[in-house]
Design a protein around this ligand. Structure first.
Ligand code: NAD
Ligand code: UDP
Length: 310
């Protein structure tokens, strides 16, 4: 049994990760400021974990011995991370700094939830890990993109200077149950709109692409990376390489909900990446990992979750 800290554990991905860690019998501490997460996401396991309300822009409280730290704390939806961009940047950079210090003091392995956003609006397609990206440093997405890039830098500098054990994943768009209905991301928006018989809001011409990964596949990748030997640090892309336009996604959601197709076109947000698809050769080679849940099946499970709630 390990003692494991999960920051952002009351969020969408964090709560699924905690489920797996508790299932494996670990002692889990969840640190979250509940900015975008909710205690509802961890209610079913509240007896089995320790929850501490804390903002990682501040140094963490005394937590005792730790074997592993998963740093997932950060709003992930553009709507949320742009609401207070300075706090988002602090969460990524100061938060990473505080947790890396904790890893240094406790000797814990530390995992960073990085993002495909480090590639920005990519000029190389699909995106391998060695692509350095095409990020606007001063746009409205920069607080998130540059914050996450800065966190990766800190992770590698801490590893080089203090020999701590780091693991970094670059997550591509992931969806599933426990996404917040008001989160603003495309999958939850389309499902909720469709279930409420509202038109689906398509930004721009809807021909921009994303590659959508189901949450269970992603979490399996996290656990596999954490279990690798020290020399395997990442960054490793985790995502489902099947790429779809937003119009194709809209069609699949409508098919899944059985509702009528109605679209409402809205302006494309600034710096919205035109295309995104992971190269996952490294995850296959080093983790023997690849996604198993295809979009139709994952949407079915996600639609079932939202049907109970909207
Ligand atoms: P989420 O918004 O559901 O979860 C984030 C959690 O972090 C929430 O519980 C929130 O309250 C908490 N949080 C935010 N700022 C905090 C702070 N300063 N201190 C403490 N807690 C804080 O988002 P998610 O989709 O679960 O994303 C989890 C992580 O994965 C994030 O770091 C995100 O950047 C990364 N990621 C997610 C995706 C995706 O598609 N879901 C893609 C790329 C990267
Ligand atoms: N999008 C959309 N309608 C929505 C929400 C988003 O067409 O209601 C588009 C958005 O412009 C982007 C894509 O869907 O091109 C994915 O957006 P999301 O916010 O889910 O993730 P990210 O842009 O961070 O990949």
């Amino acid at each position: 049994m390990k003692r494991i800290l999960v920051t952002g554990g009351a969020g969408f991905l964090g709560s699924h990760l905690i489920d797996r860690l508790v299932e494996q019998g670990h002692d889990v501490i969840c640190l979250d400021n509940l900015q975008t997460g909710s205690l509802r996401n961890i209610q079913h396991i509240q007896e089995n974990i320790t929850f501490i309300k804390h903002d990682i822009t501040e140094p963490p409280p005394e937590l005792g011995c730790l074997d592993e730290i998963y740093n997932l704390a950060c709003p992930a939806s553009p709507v949320h991370y742009q609401a207070d961009p300075i706090h988002t940047f602090k969460t990524s950079v100061l938060g990473a700094l505080h947790l890396l210090e904790l890893a240094r003091q406790t000797g814990a392995k530390i995992f960073q939830a990085s993002t495909s956003e480090v590639y920005g609006d990519p000029l190389v397609h699909p995106q391998p890990e060695h692509y350095w990206g095409h990020v606007n440093p001063i746009g409205i997405r920069s607080c998130y993109d540059e914050g996450k890039r800065g966190a990766e830098t800190l992770f590698f500098d801490y590893a080089r200077m203090y020999d701590i054990e780091i693991k970094i994943v670059r997550i591509f768009n992931t969806y599933g149950p426990r996404m917040d209905a008001n989160d603003g991301r495309v999958v939850s928006n389309f499902i909720v709109q469709s279930l409420q018989n509202q038109p689906l809001t398509v930004y721009g011409d809807g021909l921009q692409t994303r590659s959508f990964c189901y949450v269970d596949d992603l979490i399996e990748g996290f656990l596999r990376l954490m279990a690798t030997p020290k020399e395997i640090t990442g960054p490793i892309n985790l995502g489902n390489p099947n790429e779809f336009t937003m119009l194709e996604l809209a069609e699949k959601v409508i098919k899944g909900t059985g509702k009528k197709m109605q679209l409402q076109y809205e302006p494309i947000p600034q710096d919205d990446p035109q295309q995104r698809q992971p190269v996952i050769d490294e995850a296959k080679r080093l983790l023997n990992w690849e996604p198993k849940v295809m979009l139709e099946e994952g949407l079915e499970k996600t639609i079932a979750y939202f049907k109970e709630r909207v």
